[in-house]
Design a protein around this ligand. Structure first.
Ligand SMILES: [Zn+2]
Length: 43
């Protein structure tokens, strides 16, 4: 999974795909230019 932190509302957003359009689910800020961080979710 990939995680992006919204610079506007500080909310964490997760996706399985880091490319393409990425919009904050909380405030609808465009996070496309925010660097994605890979997370280890091996549950
Ligand atoms: Zn946001």
């Amino acid at each position: 999974m990939y995680k992006k932190k919204c610079p506007d509302c500080n909310g964490s957003s997760y996706s399985s795909y880091s490319k393409g359009q990425w919009t904050c689910p909380y405030c609808e800020e465009d996070l496309t230019d925010v660097e994605a961080v890979m997370t280890d979710d091996n549950e």
